[in-house]
Design a binder for this molecule. Structure first.
Ligand code: PEP
Ligand code: MN
Length: 347
């Protein structure tokens, strides 16, 4: 349920509503937009509440929210959420951003070559994982904290924000200390305790869609983060598991366009995991931007043939530079030019 307030409502009128909700064992969250202010009613609402709230002072209208996710819902929050990152990078403001870097941080040299390459090509955010969720326990699991330090160092030297995966509550302090954005991977999208604990850190969260997760489940996962008090969620479509085996996953372009409509949260696309094949990454990047993605996440490795994870879907820095040029032209031609890259610092 949402309570749409009169334009001239007073703080006392708002407080009266919040207090009434509290008495009823519910919670109200005020959401101020450009065109209106609403109070989202959270908890187990009952039909009679609508009549009661409608008669309270300062209230314009009370509406039911048809979907189970409330705070993530566009009906509750008409304006697009814009997630602000260090170095002035903004996600969701109509200018797509490009996140790029290796799947896993392997060595300082490997990370630096990838990081420098993506920075020179015009990426906005550096990715690289130190904790890898691998299907087999015998595969490379990531460098752990030493890897996080390398990522932070590369981000600092190049003057761009960083993102890395958080796999466990165990690693929250370390990941939060070294990275600007916390990534929740597809295998953990419905790890609700992890979502709540990660939310409390207060840093932006990049939330992947689950391997076989529906759009509603994905938005309800985002709801856990929003409900824990962290409004800075970036959704990432990374392909879903279907009957098709010719590609690693099926990148769901429907989901990008639909979630932009259902939710106010920024939605980016990950055509690397979405396809599993490096030569499909460019065309699916173009398609993602064309259907309204707020950004891309692309895996780049200086030597994909030798990568310890996801080499088959990783671009060389040279190929990545070509992708940025082509995507940039497309973005320009549809009136949504790519975001400006942070200013270079000496390095
Ligand atoms: C990744 O980004 O490297 C990754 C493991 O992604 P996903 O969680 O989408 O599989
Ligand atoms: Mn990967």
């Amino acid at each position: 349920m949402i309570v749409v307030m009169n334009l001239g409502r007073s703080e006392a009128q708002r407080d009266a509503i919040l207090e009434r909700l509290q008495t009823l064992g519910l919670r109200g969250q005020e959401i101020s937009g450009v065109s209106r202010t609403v109070i989202a009613v959270l908890g187990n609402v009952f039909p009679e509440l609508r009549d009661e709230l409608s008669t309270m002072e300062g209230v314009d209208e009370v509406m039911r929210v048809s979907k189970p996710y409330k705070l993530a819902n566009r009906e509750v929050h008409l304006d697009d959420t814009v997630v602000e990152l260090p170095y002035g990078v903004r996600v969701g403001d109509g200018h797509p951003v490009i996140i790029a870097g290796p799947c896993a941080i392997e060595t300082e040299e490997q990370l630096w070559a990838a990081a420098k390459g993506i920075r020179d090509a015009g990426a906005h955010i550096l990715r690289g994982d130190a904790f890898k969720p691998r299907t087999s326990p015998y595969s490379f699991q990531g460098l752990g904290v030493p890897g996080l330090k390398m990522l932070k160092d590369a981000g600092d030297r190049l003057g761009i924000p960083t993102v890395t995966e958080l796999m466990s509550v165990r690693d929250i302090d370390a990941v939060a200390q070294y990275s600007d954005v916390l990534q929740i991977g597809a295998r953990n999208t419905q790890n609700f305790v992890l979502l709540e604990e990660a939310a409390k850190v207060g840093k932006p969260i990049l939330l992947k869609r689950a391997i076989a997760g529906t759009i509603e489940e994905w938005l309800l996962a985002a709801e856990y983060i929003l409900n824990a008090g962290n409004p800075n969620v970036i959704l990432c479509e990374r392909g879903i598991r279907t009957f098709e085996t010719a590609t690693r996953n099926t990148l769901d372009l429907n989901a990008i366009a639909l979630v932009k409509r259902l939710s106010h949260l920024p939605v980016i696309s990950d055509p690397s995991h979405g396809t599993g094949r490096w030569y499909l990454v460019r065309p699916m990047s173009m398609a993602s931007i064309a259907v309204g993605a707020d950004g891309l996440m692309i895996e780049v490795h200086p030597s994909p043939d030798h990568a310890l994870s996801d080499g088959a879907q990783s671009l060389t820095p040279g190929n990545f530079a070509g992708l940025v040029r082509e995507v940039g032209k497309l973005a320009e031609s549809i009136g949504r030019p790519l975001a400006a890259v942070p200013e270079r610092i000496a390095s």
